[in-house]
Design a binder for this molecule. Structure first.
Ligand code: FES
Length: 148
């Protein structure tokens, strides 16, 4: 039996599929690497022009990102961007991960509507901030003990 709720859910899903790619919907509804990493080697927190914030934690071993987690209070698209950006940097060297940019995230998602493009920038900027924090802590490791 199809209920009114089922019909509404189908309508919403059909509208989402009209606007977003399968990849965006998948990463927004089943985000990977959500959470935080206690004692992370690098942490970035960026608030975008829209007022939403993303945070990314990285754990580094032998010059490669071994583990990564993200959190955001942003829109569904920002969740998809954080999810795919963290998947993209996992296993990469620090130099390769620093190269992840807005265009690469956008391409991996299969595109986004014009008014969601800034969400990819938020994810790219937060990845960069986490890596820059890692590099700064490498120079002054004693600062890590002041982290909460
Ligand atoms: Fe703010 Fe998407 S609207 S990150």
């Amino acid at each position: 039996m199809v209920t009114e709720f089922d019909e509404l859910e189908n309508q919403i899903m059909a509208e989402m599929k009209r606007i977003y790619t399968e990849t965006v919907i998948d990463h927004a509804m089943n985000p990977r690497n959500v959470g935080s990493i206690p004692g992370a080697d690098g942490f970035g927190s960026v608030t975008g022009a829209c007022g939403d914030t993303m945070e990314i934690w990285i754990k580094v071993k032998d010059g490669k990102i071994k583990d990564v987690a993200f959190w955001t209070d942003g829109c569904g698209t920002s969740i998809a961007c954080g999810s795919i950006a963290t998947e993209m940097v996992k296993g990469r060297s620090i130099a390769q991960a620093l190269g992840v940019n807005q265009g690469e995230i956008l391409e991996a998602l299969g595109g986004l509507p014009e008014d969601s493009l800034h969400c990819t920038l938020l994810a790219a900027d937060t990845v960069k901030a986490a890596i820059q924090d890692y590099l700064a802590l490498k120079k002054e490791p004693w600062k890590k003990s002041y982290r909460r």
